[in-house]
Design a binder for this molecule. Structure first.
Ligand code: PRX
Length: 658
């Protein structure tokens, strides 16, 4: 398997990692999940959960329909996601319960938003959107920071039955406009600026540039956040507060649109193995049931839980486990606008202490940052309210797992390492707290009813201990329904490797006890600090620069961000690289995709190693990048690298010929 080399350290880890954490009997006693849950009949389980967790305007008549690779769930059902996330909680007397403890990055900004407040805000904004012609089926883009108005905007769309696509605020204008064009968005919701690590993020400026390339966008609604002067185009752009100045916030003034179970809820764009991001389609009922159910069991949610998923709402984690799953369960959450180190490195722990957070869900890259800063920041605060910790986004190394449990969880809390994807919509492989014996570095078991397996190249299940490709053998409620506008690519990407099986794109191993160890991507997708970026996207952005003749990008292991992007660039006309050129190219990639995709290193080389058929040997480049552990300042063409590249290229070519 071509991935063996890059998986080496992960496999070693798995073999060496012997630590085990049995569930604490006191936790077991009160846990939502009981061991029998693994014996559930899949159809009964999902029928029952759908009735228990979701309110239906019209009950479904058929659980599922599976014409591989196309699934439908809860056929015949009608419901509204916003009704499930807000109105029914208010109607059942939970209006005064806090939905979000929101905290702005500037330290003195805090507001507690109850379910009743949230309802008023959503109704008012939905009424505003109606004035702009937004209704059932109108595609809407959302490009915002982590303000309370971000979930408000999403929920207002779902209330009206308008599918949304949230574009993470770190993306460039090109990325925003290509997504808006692909979805055919008519309205864009944004804000003047966002806050990030004390700096202003020019969201409206970027939006204006994006709209120039997206003529289908009729209106932009702009939230005032920092009061900055921003370019507003008369007749097209309208301030949020002006739009909502004269509309009602009475729920009856804007009833929740009854939607079919299979109506589109949202698109989330994600990187694949080509330069064009895929619009992953999620629909209403299955997604809501899947996220609410997994949220309940995996995070052991109780009526008084204070839950904090520290992801950005702009990614799938934020959709499923900040907005839709938790609100459907009527959970109190923390929503924090800024970064963990602003104004100081104990900001998160101050928040945990202030709100008595009981469940914290974050990414390994964040945990490793805290590790690097040292445990003294956590020690300054009372973290005794925490009873469960979660991890998501990339493989978590056992060292970080154990640090998280010891220094944040007081050596007391379970740590759930949850594996899933934009495409799966919900958590798929995870421990269940109170049931599962934990192993640092392992996501342990498929969620009840999920049928995951590891397959060989030839398409046979790999016996315990062996490595291979992760596949999913049965449909699940929150699964993607397709790629927007491209059924062939859907078929090709996920369903063509093995007939009738969902091909995940991750390498995995199952140990003798049946526990899963995720080994990272096996395709040309990189995972940088939890951001999914394809090598080809970066390459296209580089080649787009007028001085670049050719480029290849690859990921190398990075102790902090999981992977870092390394690019190899050949300049036009024999030009030489320089630190200034590297800076220019990094900025170019940031402009084309977003800052997070800018290569950490650029190696200038007169030639890229290629196979005889002209394909760039990415694996070789990866090896070189790994072996050399290029420092952040390697900028100039390094003759040793070039020599190594060409000599290893010659060796490989020779062995191919032989
Ligand atoms: O490679 C896996 C990795 O992240 C990929 C999915 O990325 P994305 O769609 O952006 O969603 C991230 C948040 C759900 C997967 O194919 N990944 C995610 N969680 C884990 C993981 N790898 C190992 N362990 C995990 N817990």
């Amino acid at each position: 398997m071509s991935t063996e080399q890059s998986q080496g350290p992960a496999i070693e880890t798995m073999l060496l990692e012997q630590r085990r954490y049995q569930p604490d009997p006191a936790f077991v006693q009160q846990a939502n999940a009981k061991a029998q849950i693994y014996q559930s009949d899949p159809d009964e389980f999902w029928t029952e959960e759908a009735r228990r967790r979701v309110s239906w305007f019209q009950p479904f008549t058929q659980l599922k329909e599976w014409n591989a690779p196309f699934a439908k769930w809860y056929l015949g059902g009608r419901l509204n996601v916003c009704y499930n996330c807000i109105d029914r909680h208010v109607e059942s007397g939970q209006g005064d319960k806090v939905a979000f403890h929101w905290e702005g990055e500037p330290a003195d900004e805090r507001v507690d938003i109850t379910f009743a407040d949230l309802q008023r805000r959503v109704v008012r904004f939905a009424n505003g959107l109606k004035k702009l012609g937004v209704g059932k089926g109108t595609p809407v883009a959302i490009y915002m920071g982590m303000t309370p108005e971000l979930p408000v905007a999403m929920l207002a769309c779902t209330r009206l039955g308008a599918p949304h696509t949230v574009v993470f605020g770190g993306f460039s204008s090109d990325s925003l406009s290509s997504r808006m064009n692909d979805m055919g968005c008519e309205v864009l919701i944004t804000q003047d600026e966002g806050w990030r690590r004390g700096k202003r993020v020019p969201l409206m400026q970027t939006s204006a540039e994006a709209m120039a390339a997206s003529p289908g966008v009729r209106h932009a609604v702009v939230l005032r956040r920092t009061e900055a002067e921003v370019p507003m185009t008369e007749g097209r752009d309208v301030w949020w507060h002006d739009l909502c100045a004269d509309v009602s916030d009475e729920p009856e003034s804007c009833p929740c649109e009854p939607m079919d179970s299979e109506d589109v809820l949202f698109l989330m764009y994600t990187s694949g193995t080509t330069a064009k991001p895929k619009g992953i389609v999620h629909t209403t009922a299955g997604y809501l049931v899947g996220t609410a159910t997994t949220h309940h069991y995996v995070f052991d949610i109780k009526p008084d839980t204070v839950y904090w998923c520290a992801a950005d709402v702009g990614w799938i984690t934020g959709h499923s486990y900040i907005v839709y799953g938790p609100l459907c369960n009527g959970t109190t959450s923390v929503l924090y606008e800024g970064t963990p180190d602003f104004p100081d490195k104990d900001r998160w722990w101050e928040i945990v202490e202030r709100y008595r957070v009981s469940v914290l869900y974050t990414a390994p890259t964040a945990i490793r940052s805290h590790m690097k800063w040292g445990p003294e920041y956590a020690r300054k605060h009372d973290l005794s309210s925490l009873k469960l910790l979660g991890s998501v986004g990339e493989p978590i190394n056992p060292e970080a797992w154990v640090w998280y449990r010891e220094h944040i969880g007081g050596d007391r809390t379970p740590v759930v390492d949850t594996w899933w994807q934009t495409e799966t919509g919900m958590i798929m492989i995870t421990p269940l707290p109170g049931v599962t014996t934990l192993k640092p570095g392992s996501a342990t078991q498929p969620f009840p009813t999920v049928d995951a397996a590891v397959f060989s190249e030839k398409g046979e299940p790999v016996p315990p201990g062996g490595g291979g490709y992760l596949v999913l053998r049965q449909p699940w409620p929150a699964m993607l329904r397709g790629i927007h506008g491209d059924p062939e690519r859907y078929q090709e990407t996920y369903w063509s490797k093995y007939e009738g099986l969902y091909f995940v794109g991750d390498g995995a191993r199952v140990d003798e006890e049946g526990d899963f160890w995720l080994l990272g991507r096996i395709d040309d997708v990189m995972n940088v600090a939890g951001h999914r970026i394809s090598t080809i996207e970066v390459e296209s952005a580089l080649v787009d620069h007028q001085k670049v003749a050719e480029a290849a990008a690859c990921g190398r292991n990075d102790p902090q961000t999981g992977q870092a992007v390394v690019a190899y660039v050949t300049l036009k006309g024999g030009q030489e690289g320089s630190p200034e050129m590297m800076q220019e190219l990094r900025q170019h990639v940031a402009r084309k995709i977003g800052k997070f995709a800018a290569p950490t290193n650029i190696v200038f080389t007169p030639e890229l190693p290629k196979t005889r058929s002209g394909k760039i040997m990415r694996r070789l480049l990866r090896d070189v990048a790994e072996k050399r552990q290029l420092g952040d300042t390697t900028t100039l063409a390094d003759p040793a690298v070039v020599e190594e590249l060409s000599s290893r290229g010659r060796e490989l070519a020779a062995s191919e010929e032989a």
